[in-house]
Design a protein around this ligand. Structure first.
Ligand SMILES: Nc1ncnc2c1ncn2[C@@H]1O[C@H](COP(=O)(O)OP(=O)(O)OP(=O)(O)O)[C@@H](O)[C@H]1O
Ligand code: SF4
Ligand SMILES: [Mg+2]
Length: 323
């Protein structure tokens, strides 16, 4: 299978006054053409920073301090602002949780869509309009000709997110990075949007990186899942293995905390304790303070990812020897 993205040993830091917050630590992952990868983890785990660092869109004082982001064979992490503009919103599109991060409230949908097309493609105004209509139909927006003349506030939340998806498709990207794209929507609409994303990825062989704290959502849409904890990938593998046969104590804890896994009294089994401060990481395994399986050397060395027989990789000393 042809590789689309190859992230190697990526580090992202935020330097605030004298202190350094290590948001992403030694992350390596790959994505094949047309593959769908989920990135999950608690709030503050570094999911959004990782997603944005792929397209070098980290807000100051954030900076990629190490590693590579190989996209279609080139290290785009070293690209200049202008070089990156040709990739961002073109070959790689991003979908945010809040559609209003992308949409301008004072411009019609048609104007905004055409602006995006004309910024990246050498086409006439008429051709641009035809592309807009084609993409709106693709995301099942009824009466697209009429909708093009409307403003963002004239759409419901779910419809607005469909528009965002249509915008993200305008340049026929090979990769979409979606950061919590449905969290703000109600459950039924959430499912419709996820079905739509899945359908579009399949029909157009588009890669997808789906960032979410919702394990149920990723399990339906993605083929592989990476579990992030304190900026590190602690487990990565085929979706059915991560959901059905998790090996890292943190992944196991996340799954137990799912509402469907609630015990008889309907209580969630939250993982006790908190993620360590990214300003002051322990020397050993970042999960050690919360881990029920910890061993003596877990406080001394950070475990690296090891291959398991189930096709997953896990960073945990208790799994050495494989399963
Ligand atoms: N602009 C910034 N300045 C300083 N620190 C930041 C900035 N953006 C993110 N961080 C820090 O980086 C760490 C990772 O944040 P990130 O937003 O990636 O988490 P997340 O996993 O996406 O969480 P959530 O599920 O809440 O969206 C956090 O400790 C956060 O405080
Ligand atoms: S390396 Fe040790 S502390 Fe970390 S998750 Fe595994 S057993 Fe727990
Ligand atoms: Mg986030």
């Amino acid at each position: 299978m042809e590789q689309l993205l190859d992230i190697k040993h990526l580090n992202v830091d935020f330097t605030l006054r004298e202190k350094t917050l290590r948001a992403v630590r030694d992350v390596s992952l790959t994505l094949n053409k047309g593959e769908r990868l989920g990135i999950v983890g608690e709030s503050g785990a570094g999911k959004s920073v990782l997603g944005f660092s792929i397209i070098n869109l980290i807000s100051k004082p954030g900076k990629i301090t190490g590693g590579e982001v190989m996209f279609e064979g080139e290290d785009i992490s070293k690209y200049s602002y202008d070089e990156m503009r040709k990739i961002r919103g073109n070959k790689i599109s991003i979908i945010f949780q809040d559609p209003m991060m992308t949409l301008n409230p004072v411009l019609t949908i048609g104007t905004q869509m055409k602006e995006t097309i004309l910024a990246h493609m050498d086409v006439s105004d008429k051709e641009a309009e035809a592309i807009c209509l084609e993409k709106l139909k693709k995301v099942y927006i009824p009466s697209p000709e009429k909708r093009l003349k409307q403003y963002p506030h004239e759409f419901s939340g779910g419809m607005r997110q469909r528009i965002i998806i249509a915008i993200s498709l305008l340049t026929d990207p090979s990769l979409i990075i979606a950061d919590e794209p449905t969290t703000a929507l109600d459950v039924t609409i959430q499912a419709e949007i996820m079905d739509l994303l899945l359908e579009l990825c399949e029909t157009d062989n588009m890669g997808l990186i789906l960032i979410t704290h919702d394990l149920a959502v990723v399990s339906e849409v993605t083929q592989r899942i990476a579990v992030l904890y304190a900026g590190r990938v602690v487990e990565i593998g085929p979706t059915e293995q991560i959901i059905g046969n998790p090996q890292h104590p943190y992944t196991q804890g996340l799954l137990k905390a799912l509402p469907e896994m609630a015990d008889g009294e309907n209580r969630l089994n939250q993982i006790p304790g908190m993620m360590p401060s990214l300003f002051n990481m322990p020397d050993g395994c970042p999960f050690e303070p919360r881990c029920e399986e910890k061993k003596e050397h877990c406080t001394q060395t950070v475990p690296g990812l090891i291959e398991l027989a189930n096709g997953a990789q896990v960073a945990c000393f208790a799994r050495e020897g494989g399963k």
